[in-house]
Ligand binder design. Structure first.
Ligand code: HEC
Ligand code: HEC
Length: 313
């Protein structure tokens, strides 16, 4: 459906009347007790085989929800092949992972836990370790009376991830009617973003996260990663990747699935070269970058078990 809407807008170039991007809700809905437990698990290194790596090792919530490395390092400093995407606003992605192989946060959790170059563990080991921790077991049973198991662990972690949203960006204020929240240049950047069709792929509440598209539509992008092909084994899926969210994009360099793109300006230039194929002058590019920087929202405050006690991370 979104694809059809996008096509409609490209053909008629009537981009000013309806917004294809929506603001992040001011307060996310989630189950607080499960999320508090999930928060403990998100930071718990026992989820990795040798107790050295937690989810937070590669998804640092206070610095953009990723690790700011080209590719991530797992246990024993094993090097992965892909750039760590942000967990901020991941709840608003319709698909997870660069190749879209998970469709929910709940099933996504299984990926890193089993991945030999990430946490290289399994639920039998993890459940055993956690059960041996009496006080942890007690807290767990209060929320999940049927005990520590794979389903409940993934459920709690994904509930915590639901708290990780970044509302109130300058751009969301604009979408909500505060037309002065964007400067002239930022507004020009947004117009160019729409007019040149960036919005046909990067749209929805997460300005991405809902489509799989080819990298290299108008020019071949040099990568060894075949992307979506690994999931479907369909030739026509080679070099297809999830269109990533552009929210907080200023905080999550380096960019692209291979982490080979160092700056936001370079990422925009590459998108123009590989996905759009038009020439844009430097001023247009600078303005798109300025617009993208308006997508930084309020970083999530870590939820705490009492309402008044909140930590700014
Ligand atoms: C060693 C680093 C590392 C660890 C540890 C790790 N991740 Fe990731 N995470 C990644 C990388 C790299 C990807 C992208 C992998 C891919 O697309 O194939 C990813 C993808 C994700 C995504 C999908 C986001 C998106 O936009 O597609 C979520 C959500 C996520 N991780 C959450 C978690 C959780 C929860 C844990 C702990 C259970 C965890 N990660 C542990 C590196 C890591
Ligand atoms: C045909 C779909 C499509 C169009 C059009 C498109 N993009 Fe993308 N964009 C993608 C995909 C797919 C990726 C991921 C590429 C990869 O990692 O290999 C991406 C990645 C990005 C990234 C890097 C995000 C990250 O976290 O690494 C930025 C920034 C970006 N696009 C901005 C733009 C801008 C600005 C435009 C317009 C000039 C644009 N895109 C047009 C599909 C598109």
């Amino acid at each position: 459906m979104i694809k059809i809407i996008a096509l409609f807008f490209i053909i008629f170039n009537n981009l000013n009347s309806i917004e294809l991007i929506t603001a992040i809700p001011a307060t996310p809905n989630y189950d607080k007790n499960k999320a508090l437990l999930g928060k403990m698990l998100f930071f718990d290194k026992r989820l990795s085989q040798n107790n050295t790596i937690s989810c937070s090792s590669c998804h640092n919530i206070s610095s953009g929800g990723d690790d700011n490395l080209s590719v991530s390092f797992g246990i024993y400093k094993k090097q992965g092949t892909r750039n760590s995407p942000t967990v901020l606003n991941a709840r608003y992605n319709e698909i997870q992972f660069w190749d879209g192989r998970a469709t929910s946060l709940h099933t996504q959790v299984l990926g890193p836990i089993h991945n030999p170059v990430e946490m290289d563990s399994n639920f039998d080991e993890i459940v055993l370790k956690l059960k041996n921790d009496k006080s942890f077991l007690e807290s767990f049973l209060l929320i999940y009376p049927n005990g520590i198991n794979e389903f409940n662990i993934s459920d709690a972690i994904s509930e915590f991830e639901k708290t990780l949203t970044t509302p109130n960006s300058k751009f969301d204020k604009f979408l909500k009617g505060d037309k002065l929240s964007l400067s002239k240049d930022e507004l020009k950047g947004y117009k160019t973003f729409k007019e040149y069709g960036c919005i046909s792929c990067h749209n929805g509440v997460n300005i991405g996260g809902n489509l799989i598209q080819k990298i290299g539509i108008v020019d071949n992008y040099n990568t060894d990663d075949l992307g979506r092909y690994y999931v479907t084994k369909d030739e026509s899926d080679k070099f297809y990747f999830k269109v990533p969210t552009l929210r907080n994009i200023d905080l999550t360099a380096p960019y692209f699935h291979d982490g080979k793109v160092g700056t936001l300006k370079e990422a925009v230039e590459k998108m123009i070269k590989y996905q759009i194929g038009y020439l844009l002058d430097d001023e247009d590019i600078e303005n798109i970058v300025k617009f993208l920087k308006t997508l930084n929202g309020d970083l999530p405050k870590f939820i705490k078990d009492t309402e008044n006690e909140k930590i700014n991370n």
